[in-house]
Design a protein around this ligand. Structure first.
Ligand SMILES: [Zn+2]
Length: 185
C-alpha cells in the first residue's frame, strides 16, 4: 500500500459524508403559494371564501364552485369561466394585502351574462359584444375601499381590459387584450 492510498476507514467516512450532503435541488425548492379568494355577491348574498389554486394547479372543486358563484343570476345559468379571471381577482386582492390591508372581500356585481341578460343591461351601458358573455369579465368593488384606490389596484393588477364608468361604482376587469377605458354611461 502506498502513502496516498486511503485506508478503508477514511474511504467509508468520505462516502457517508457524500451521502449526507443535502441535495441542492431539494433544499432550495420554493414551496408553492396557495391562492385564496374572498368574494361576496350583493345580488344573491352568496359568499366564496377558500383556496382555489394550490400554487401548482387550479383546484377542481373550487373551480366548480366559482363557476356557479359567477353565474348569470337573472337566469341561473353558469358557464366555464376563463380561469384567468380567478387570477385577476386574486392579483387585485393581493395588491391590497401587500399594502397591509389584510384579506379584502371583493364584491362581484356581475360576471357571466347570457345574451338575454346582456341585452337587458345594454340600456345601462353594457357592450353588445361584452366579454361577460364569454365568461371573461367581472365587475367589482372592494369592501371598505373607494373607487380611486380600486382603480389604482386594478391598473396594477390587470392583465387584460379595465373599464371605469363615470358615475358607476365598480370597475370592469376582463381577460381580453391589454387596454383600459374611462367612459360616460
Ligand atoms: Zn363589465
Amino acid at each position: 500500500m502506498g502513502d496516498n492510498t486511503p485506508t478503508r476507514r477514511q474511504f467509508a467516512l468520505g462516502l457517508s459524508a457524500t451521502v449526507l450532503l443535502p441535495s441542492p435541488a431539494l433544499a432550495r425548492k420554493p414551496q408553492p403559494k396557495a391562492r385564496a379568494l374572498k368574494l361576496y355577491n350583493p345580488n344573491t348574498k352568496e359568499r366564496f371564501d377558500r383556496v382555489f389554486h394550490d400554487g401548482g394547479r387550479l383546484l377542481a372543486a373550487a373551480q366548480d364552485e366559482l363557476n356557479w358563484f359567477l353565474r348569470d343570476n337573472h337566469e341561473q345559468i353558469q358557464t366555464s369561466m376563463d380561469p384567468a379571471v380567478f387570477d385577476l381577482m386574486w392579483r387585485l386582492a393581493d395588491w391590497y394585502r401587500r399594502r397591509g390591508k389584510g384579506r379584502v372581500t371583493l364584491n362581484v356585481h356581475s360576471a357571466y351574462r347570457t345574451k338575454k341578460t346582456n341585452e337587458a343591461l345594454r340600456r345601462e351601458g353594457a357592450a353588445h359584444n361584452s366579454r361577460h358573455l364569454s365568461g371573461q369579465a367581472v365587475d367589482l368593488t372592494v369592501q371598505g375601499y373607494g373607487r380611486v384606490f380600486l382603480a389604482r389596484a386594478a391598473l396594477a393588477a390587470r392583465r387584460g381590459g379595465m373599464g371605469l364608468y363615470a358615475g358607476g361604482r365598480w370597475v370592469h376587469l376582463d381577460t381580453g387584450p391589454n387596454r383600459y377605458w374611462f367612459r360616460r354611461r
